[in-house]
Write a protein that binds this ligand. Sequence first.
Ligand SMILES: Cc1cc2nc3c(=O)[nH]c(=O)nc-3n(C[C@H](O)[C@H](O)[C@H](O)COP(=O)(O)OP(=O)(O)OC[C@H]3O[C@@H](n4cnc5c(N)ncnc54)[C@H](O)[C@@H]3O)c2cc1C
Length: 370
Amino acid sequence: MVDLLCVIIGAGFAGAATAYHLARRGVSDILVLEQERVPGVHSSGRNAAMVRQVVSDPAIARLARQGASFLRCLPGDWPVPVLFRQNGSLLLGSGDGWKKLMEDAGLARQDGVEAECWSEEKAKERVGVLQEANFDGAVWCPTDGVVDIHALLTGYLKGAAALGVEVRYGCSVMGIEVRDGQVSGVKTADGVIRAEAVINAAGPWAGVIGKFAGAVDAPLRPCRRHLFVSASLTWVDPTWPFVWDVSHDLYFRPESGGLLLCPCDQDEVAPGDPPVDDSMAEHLAEKIRRFLPQMIDISIKKSWAGIRTLSADGRFVIGWDPKIEGFFWVAGLGGHGVTTSYSVGALAASLITDGVGEGAEEFSVARFMA
Ligand SMILES: Cc1cc2nc3c(=O)[nH]c(=O)nc-3n(C[C@H](O)[C@H](O)[C@H](O)COP(=O)(O)OP(=O)(O)OC[C@H]3O[C@@H](n4cnc5c(N)ncnc54)[C@H](O)[C@@H]3O)c2cc1C
């Protein structure tokens, strides 16, 4: 058996960014265990890649803004070139949703983010295909964009590896060893790996891993969401921002000469590789008919589903477990795990090494203790 300080379960954005930041803080002996043969098979490789800073929850918004400013300006020594397309975002709102959006934009501005409130007409001028859409107004955030998620994830992993982190692929954690209330190792098919700290960055499986350890029963729900890519469309302008109708739960953005679209479905599923539900294509078509009628004729060429893991209050779960010593959570990143990856990893690493982190109490798993 090898003596290891930290075992991180999962090489998605949560695990990779935490490994990267821990290594930068000088932690040696970090082992990342990933059940798949390659990284990014699950949520981190199946998302919409959008970086959005105007979000309702102020605690998540803070991490989103820190994460976004990192992505816009990667350090010179970043190991892989990562394309960030800063086309901005246009968030559409109606009724109370529009009022809430204006409040969120106001808070974002106080935090230094450019977030302008636009009339319906101005939004329609910017993105012509909205001509027949119905909404009360839009928030324009020019510093949002779309990031190359594969390059970003590779960057965290390469950066971590350069600092001595080992990533073992095809290695599934099947149990957590706990002695006298303290983590002592993880069980794998190849035997037990000793660990003083176990970091639960298992995405949709985070609840399962928590149960292995006998940790706090964090209410984490893996929820499926579908994405669709249209055939090529001559009228799509590749410089369009991503457009998110937050009142009607529908978004789209330019992708490969056509559009990537999402009906924002959210059905709870078991952790794993979620099958595509064919009825979701009709669900998307219905939303387009009602809210984006000019797009009614687009044809879909590809679709897939991924999992967003949501806690009961929608907030991330980051921090030491109060029941099991040495067990740490970085989970429940919901629909923000790309945008916040850098700041989530930094917060987690700071809590692990120094026991403190800005705003950490808001993400503590202790909030779910009975
Ligand atoms: C359709 C969709 C669209 C999205 N769009 C956006 C977006 O535009 N912007 C944004 O910021 N976020 C978006 N997200 C959210 C983002 O993708 C997630 O928040 C993020 O990828 C979560 O990362 P993770 O590392 O927690 O989970 P994952 O990427 O799922 O990583 C967890 C890893 O743990 C491994 N693992 C699990 N159990 C074990 C075990 N027992 N042993 C070993 N390894 C294990 C898994 O194999 C997996 O690789 C979207 C998500 C979806 C599904």
